[in-house]
Design a protein around this ligand. Structure first.
Ligand code: 3PY
Ligand code: MG
Length: 255
């Protein structure tokens, strides 16, 4: 099976830098894949993307050096399996609130006897290779999102779940859950402390820790703190700020 670049980087102690795609389009996915990211995530939760568009995006990412991964809309086994069958080499699962949910998430990604994944790897075989079935359980990366009060309360137990590679902090939802609003780069002490608690718990359990960041400078800081999976903003936010800057720049002389 084709190597999972995320695992290879982690084995070397490196931090993975992932693009985050909210626009459902295979051309955008292809551009992101050639832009120097270690992996590219298709966001099925909040992105304007459905399953069929996701498949085209994963095909586009497959033609680039980046590893294709998917954030599913929820801990829903059929969708998780569909994303894996479509060739995702990693799954980020939002709103993991309990050990039970973390275990259900992991089970959906593993074939029996370890898990409950149904057989039908489709594009997994094309992108991964003919021996996909033999190696998929070991190769696929699973990150459960901590972004609720329940998730925070069960943090240590979730981090201990067998087969979960690590956690991924959603700072916006976590900020909301803590009553602090959506803070991209939380300076609030409660949110800051909660984020660092997630990092410490993951490390204490020998797991990986990821986080969504509002910019590359915050992502670099997070990675220096010990996060080993960082997302420096989404493509839609980057496009929006570039468009705004160009529109206002083009008017700057007349104004
Ligand atoms: C969050 O911040 O809540 C996320 O889900 C990642 O953007
Ligand atoms: Mg979230």
């Amino acid at each position: 099976m084709r190597n999972n670049n995320i695992r290879d980087m982690w084995a070397k102690g490196e931090a993975v830098v992932s693009a985050w795609l909210s626009i459902g389009n295979s051309y955008t996915a292809e551009i992101a894949g050639w832009a120097g990211y270690d992996c590219v995530l298709v966001d099925l939760q909040h992105g304007m993307t459905d399953i069929q568009t996701m498949i085209g995006m994963l095909q586009a990412i497959s033609s680039t050096p980046a590893t294709p991964i998917v954030r599913v809309p929820s801990c829903d086994a059929p969708v998780i399996m569909k994303a894996l069958d479509a060739g995702a080499f990693g799954i980020v699962c939002p709103m993991i609130n309990s050990v039970k949910e973390a275990e259900a998430f992991v089970a959906a990604t593993r074939y029996p006897p370890l898990g409950e994944r149904s057989f039908g790897p489709a594009r997994g075989l094309l992108y991964g290779g003919a021996d996909y079935f033999q190696h998929a359980d070991r190769s696929i990366v699973r990150l459960g999102m901590i972004e609720t009060l329940d998730g925070l309360n069960a943090l240590d137990e979730i981090c201990a779940v067998d087969g979960l590679d690590g956690i991924f902090v959603g700072p916006n939802d976590l900020g909301l859950a803590l009553g602090k609003g959506t803070l991209g780069d939380p300076t609030d002490e409660t949110v800051r402390e909660a984020i660092l608690r997630c990092l410490a718990s993951a490390k204490a359990h020998g797991k990986h820790a990821g986080i969504f960041c509002p910019s590359s400078s915050v992502a670099a800081r997070r990675s220096s703190e010990g996060f080993d999976f960082v997302v420096p903003n989404s493509e839609v936010n980057l496009l929006k700020s570039a468009l705004i800057a160009e529109a206002s720049g083009a008017r700057s002389i007349r104004n």
